[in-house]
Write a protein that binds this ligand. Sequence first.
Ligand SMILES: [Zn+2]
Length: 224
Amino acid sequence: MAELVFFSGTMDCGKSTLALQMDHNHRARSRVGLIFTKLDRMGDSVLSSRLGLSTEAHEVHDDLDFWDVVVDFLTRGQRADYLICDESQFYTAPQIEQLARIVDELNIDVNCFGITADFRTELFPGSKRLFELADRVQVLQVAALCWCGARATHNARLIDGVMVVEGEQVVVGDTAASDSLVEYEVLCRRHYMRRMSSHAARLASATPDVLPFDLDVCAVPPRD
Ligand SMILES: [Zn+2]
């Protein structure tokens, strides 16, 4: 029985690397797959990982219909045993429904990889629909780390080095949007809630007068 599986995590947790590894493993067993991605950091129609690996992929635009693409592929006499769908947080809800239909009616495994929540801690539409429809959700075990060393669970957006929690949901990182540099950083919840990026933490440690940590947490309790 085919399955719709959602491999979810924060940024930097190795999703794309795992997607590439999964494709490799299937190919090694002579299985044939279709690879999709959207807004990959390396540009259109490529699935890349931070470790430097990459492969060709179909670019997912909002008007792409997965059902049509796969049925068209099959009617041309091609074979498809599985789909690998990276950056699936950016897919629309109807596109996730098309993927579920491919699993159910064509008996093709669909493996989606994506970030769970955006920089405001709200679910991306694609991730939300995947949580609702997937046969299985697997939280990736390669834990990204906050600058403090704790497990990073949240994605922060920085504009010109300052953490923001409002704005458009999708702005690709390391790009200059309206003359501002947009970057992302993974943080633990504690530091996300305190708006404490690594940059802010460095500034704070350089000016200890305004150290925004709870110093009492670290203080040794007085003995009586
Ligand atoms: Zn932290």
